[in-house]
Design a protein around this ligand. Structure first.
Ligand code: GPK
Length: 837
């Protein structure tokens, strides 16, 4: 129901319209007002958390005002919008980002100081919004920032998990998972209890004749769960555009809960139903690059896709345009295959509910959707069991069969007599039970499919989508190399470096045009500039050393070379290669004379990242790192020459402290396994160098910064298959240096060797699938080159500055522009500038 203020009263309305603060006085006023009224507290009980809450509410008011205006503007403009569907949004903290994006952090700092607080302490009260696992979820967050900053009319759609990714504690050197209940006080979301969608599950399909005698499918029975919208404002940097992230929360449907059981006296059963309904959006599945095919996960996916599509379709229907115009108004981007059911759901809406012909509807669907693939690893590709889908979504399975049948007919015409081709490309895999291949469905239902770095986009065309390239031609498949937002990953995480750069480039334009960084190369001879750069890096390392001291009790020397690997723990990312290399270094130090030791560059090896709770090998790697740290950090022979640190609970806000503090970071996946990587970009942008394999975006980083500014090692992707093949045919020889490392582990130097036997055996006698042994020698030698290079601080600094100056390509603004032009076909909607902005 439309509810708007009548024309004659609008003047009064406008006169009283909320404005939000701009000056320090107003900020203090609003903050105190919120503490005293919204929070009902006073100056006698205002701690840092209350100050955080008050300041957040003051900023939230500002965001909401612009958010309202943005939504109005976008509605009136009547142009195409982008809908970014992602099961993960790894947002991190919002307050610091809001302050910087609206350009009022200095105002807030001064205001908070007047009120008795340090801004850093206030900001650090905020609980991370951790609705994601790793790279895929953080990419979605960077994309939201870029879409708003570039003024694209764009919405994010996701799930409002009650529990985000678990909190990691390290207890006696082992990972322990603790639930992350993050919604206690969250000023950044707006519940929209008026926006509720009924979502149906289970039931059966029957056929009916409509008035025109047309045969239509009707999905009946089963159960209904409500989806309630929660909106999160996404402010662009230095623009009034404030987009929306809509997260759905599940709750028992009114009809079902109130009347059926409650009234008939079955109170317990009705409470049970309620809890079952709420379970749908209760937790984020904590797997990264792994799919386990759980029914609840499928329920989450359909719940979220159906609610989002209902919303999108409702918005479109208000325009009264013909359905054929839908793809001119709507672009839906699928972040991996998780939202693939949205394709089926739109087809269902168009055919079953709106009465379109199948072909007409399918044409609309294909023009609307595009799909980004984020991995080629088979264990990460989604497949759903046909019986599970039949039970949960009977009508959707019928539609999938029909899509498949028409697709296979088309292929048969194109490639007559190629039975094997039909078997290979069928959406339905003929296994026991049959499985629905979501990547194939996503490909067939989209007009574009992209990989996330050049190598990866080439690989998908020769592996999982090889046949589809033959069928559709190569143009359907494209590359959009990932990027990162320089607002959070430079300006926010490293304010001093951002300020130094701005002082040289004459302003902060580089934050919205990152290619401007290349002007930094003119300052390579500027002594003061270089000195300040070095001081900033040192201060960032001191800050991290302090964090390490506070959280682990280990003192590290900030003058040592900081060598960092932080990311999800996974065999393909090869943290095991790193720690085995560290052990090799330790053994080498132990064997050295005092004289030799003096020549060695001190190192701090820093690890961080979560392991999926059921991933035993990954947990063993964490335990090995901690066990090695225990021995090395307490060995008097070693002292500052080597320290080994595990940083607990790596997340976005920790990354903001860690990333600016690296001298070198490790991106050492087996070639061909890491689709892109994005932390590699963050580290280089913050003036750290990389040791890495020729994998993912490392290759493009090398192209940009130059081969002399990166430490590459290891086998190439094209050789991996042959090496693995050789291993399985008994052609495997353990690297001799690595053998010594295993001897030390097996000899109990790092505690009970049994705890590490599965890890050692996976390399020694189980085929070494990730080629740790094949790359070990090259890895060790390259680390020796790193040591050498670090001794020449002048030359090192020059490499760092040169690299930063060449990182412009990796802004997520560049990637959003590529998506907008090549895939979505949407235009920005640039607002009129107000308040002299
Ligand atoms: C890829 F398939 C997946 C997944 O389930 N989770 C995930 O984080 C990552 N990813 C890739 O592993 C990274 O290489 C890539 O940079 C990131 O997605 C974003 O594209």
């Amino acid at each position: 129901v439309e509810a708007s203020i009548p024309e004659p009263q609008r003047e009064a309305w406008k006169k009283h319209s909320a404005q939000g603060f701009t000056t320090k006085e107003e900020f203090e006023n609003e903050t105190v007002r919120h503490v005293e009224t919204t929070l009902a507290r006073s100056l006698f009980n205002c701690d840092e958390l209350a100050a955080y809450s008050g300041a957040s509410l003051a900023f939230r008011d500002r965001l909401v005002i612009e958010w309202n205006r943005t939504q109005q503007r976008q509605t009136f403009a009547d142009q195409k919008r982008v809908y970014y569907l992602s099961l993960e949004f790894l947002m991190g903290r919002a307050l610091d980002n809001a302050m910087l994006n609206v350009g009022l952090k200095d105002v807030a700092r001064a205001g908070l100081k007047d009120l008795g607080f340090r801004i850093e302490d206030v900001i650090s009260q905020e609980h991370d919004a951790a609705l994601g696992n790793g790279g895929l979820g953080r990419l979605a967050a960077c994309f939201l920032d870029s879409m708003a900053t570039l003024n694209y009319p764009a919405w994010g759609y996701g799930l409002r998990y009650r529990y985000g990714i678990f909190k990691q504690e390290i207890v006696d050197g082992y990972q322990v998972e603790v639930p992350d209940y993050w919604l206690d006080f969250n000023p950044w979301e707006f519940p929209r209890h008026d926006i509720t969608v009924d979502i149906q599950f289970y039931g059966h399909v029957s056929r009916h004749q409509d008035e025109d005698g047309k045969n239509i499918a009707v999905w009946e029975g089963g159960e209904i769960v409500d989806a309630v919208a929660f909106d999160v404002p996404i402010p662009g940097y230095s623009t009034p555009t404030t987009n929306n992230l809509r997260l759905w929360s599940s709750k028992a449907s009114k009809g079902e809960f109130d009347f059926q059981k409650f009234n008939s006296g079955d109170y317990e059963a009705s409470v049970g139903d309620q809890q079952r309904a709420e379970t749908i959006s209760a937790v984020l599945y904590p797997n990264d690059n792994l799919e386990r095919g759980k029914e609840l996960r499928l329920k989450q996916q359909y719940f979220w896709c159906a609610a989002s599509l209902y919303d999108i379709v409702r918005r479109f229907k208000k325009s009264k345009k013909a359905w054929s115009a839908f793809p001119d108004m709507v672009a839906i981007q699928l972040n991996d295959t998780h939202p693939t059911l949205a394709i089926v759901e739109l087809q269902r809406i168009l055919v079953d509910l709106e009465g379109l012909d199948w072909t007409e509807a399918w044409d609309v669907v294909q023009k609307t959707f595009s799909y980004a693939n984020h991995t080629v690893m088979p264990e990460a590709l989604e497949k759903w069991s046909v019986p599970v889908m039949q039970n949960l979504l009977p009508r959707h399975l019928q539609i999938i069969y029909e899509v498949n049948s028409q697709f296979l007919h088309m292929v048969e015409k194109q490639f007559p007599k190629d039975r094997d081709m039909l078997r290979r490309v069928s959406i339905i895999e003929e296994s026991q039970p049959q499985m629905v291949q979501m990547a194939y469905l996503a490909t067939i239902g989209s007009h574009k499919v992209n990989g996330v770095a050049e190598l990866h986009s080439d690989l998908i065309k020769t592996t999982i989508f090889k046949d589809f390239v033959k069928i559709y031609g190569p143009d359907k498949f494209t590359n959009v190399t990932n990027g990162i937002t320089p607002r959070r990953w430079l300006h926010q995480a490293n304010p001093r470096l951002s300020e130094l750069i701005a002082s040289k480039l004459g302003g902060y334009e580089f934050l919205t045009d990152l290619t401007k960084l290349n002007e930094l190369e003119h300052f390579l001879d500027d002594k003061d500039f270089k000195k300040e750069w070095q001081e900033i890096k040192y201060a960032n390392k001191v800050r991290l050393a302090q964090h390490i001291m506070n959280t682990t009790g280990v003192r590290v020397n900030p003058k040592a070379l900081f060598d960092i690997q932080v990311k999800r723990i996974h065999e393909y990312k090869r943290q095991q290669l790193n720690i085995l290399g560290v052990i090799h270094r330790y053994l080498t130090i132990k064997a050295m004379s005092a004289e030799e030791r003096k020549k060695l560059a001190p190192r701090v090896s820093i690890f961080g990242g979560k392991a999926a709770p059921g991933y035993w090998m990954a947990k063993t790697v964490i335990h090995l790192v901690c066990s090695v740290g225990e021995v090395v950090n307490n060995d008097k022979d070693v002292g500052d020459l080597l320290k080994v640190i595990y940083i607990e609970d790596y997340n976005v806000s920790k990354a903001e402290i860690i990333t600016p503090a690296s001298d070198i970071s490790e991106h050492i996946s087996t070639a061909g396994t890491e689709a892109s990587g994005t932390s590699n970009m963050k580290f280089v942008l913050n003036g750290g160098l990389i040791i890495g394999t020729c994998d993912g975006a490392n290759i493009e980083i090398t192209r940009e910064v130059g081969e002399s500014n990166i430490f590459l090692f290891g086998n190439l992707a094209e050789d991996v298959e042959d090496l693995r093949h050789a291993h399985t045919y008994g052609n495997f020889k353990l690297d001799p240096d690595l053998a010594k490392v295993f001897d030390a582990i097996k000899g109990g130097r790092f505690g009970d060797a049994n705890r590490f036997s599965a890890l050692c055996n996976s390399i020694i006698d189980q085929g070494d699938y990730y080629l740790v042994s094949d790359d070990f020698n090259s890895y060790i030698k390259t680390h020796a080159l790193v040591d050498e290079a670090y001794k020449d601080q002048e030359a090192w600094l020059e490499k760092c500055i040169t690299s930063v100056s060449r990182m412009g390509f990796f802004s997520s603004d560049r990637c959003i522009q590529e998506y907008a032009e090549m895939i979505w076909n949407v235009e920005p909607l640039v607002p009129e500038q107000r308040n002299g902005k």
